[in-house]
Design a protein around this ligand. Structure first.
Ligand code: SF4
Ligand code: SF4
Length: 70
C-alpha cells in the first residue's frame, strides 16, 4: 500500500506544467480540455514533495497516509 497521496486544487492550478516536469514518478498529466494538472498516477507517489515545492500557485497538497504499516 502506498504511503502518500497527492491532490491538485484546480481552482488554483494555472496549467504551467512544472509539476509534470519535476515529478520523478510521473504522477501528473495535464488535462486535455483546460491543461490543468491531474494526479492520474497518485498511487506511485513517494512523498518527495518536489511538486509541492515547485508549484507557483500553491495548488498541490501531498498527504502522508495515516495508518500505513510500511
Ligand atoms: S505546478 Fe501547480 S500550477 Fe503548475 S500545472 Fe502543476 S499544479 Fe498546476
Ligand atoms: S511528492 Fe514527489 S512523487 Fe509525489 S507527486 Fe509530488 S513530485 Fe511526484
Amino acid at each position: 500500500m502506498n504511503k502518500f497521496d497527492v491532490s491538485v486544487d484546480t481552482r488554483l492550478c494555472k496549467a504551467c506544467g512544472l509539476c509534470v516536469l519535476v515529478c520523478p514518478k510521473k504522477v501528473f498529466e495535464l488535462r486535455d480540455e483546460d491543461g490543468k494538472s491531474v494526479p492520474v498516477n497518485a498511487l506511485a507517489c513517494i512523498g518527495c514533495t518536489q511538486c509541492y515545492q515547485i508549484c507557483p500557485d500553491f495548488a498541490i497538497t501531498v498527504y502522508k497516509k495515516e495508518g500505513a504499516l510500511a
